[in-house]
Design a protein around this ligand. Sequence first.
Ligand code: ZN
Length: 91
Amino acid sequence: MVKQRKVSCPLCGGQLLYCVKADSNLARKINKDGNLSKVIHPGARHITDTYYLECDTYRCGFLYNLSYPETNKTDYTELDNWYEEFGEDFI
Ligand SMILES: [Zn+2]
């Protein structure tokens, strides 16, 4: 049986995105004439342990921290339950 659990943004009902914070450096080489080259992405991204849900609706701004729920202003048990059941690592 395929597991199902519908979750949506508790503020606007919109679609939620499952996200992880990642650190990534951007760099630009400086050419001999002093001008900057195009942006390059050196090295691999460092994926952090902070997973969160973000509303995909423009200007809604809903964010819910799954990894550190104590930082949320409001608890949403249905979102915590979803994460427990469906949360996965990105890599
Ligand atoms: Zn929303």
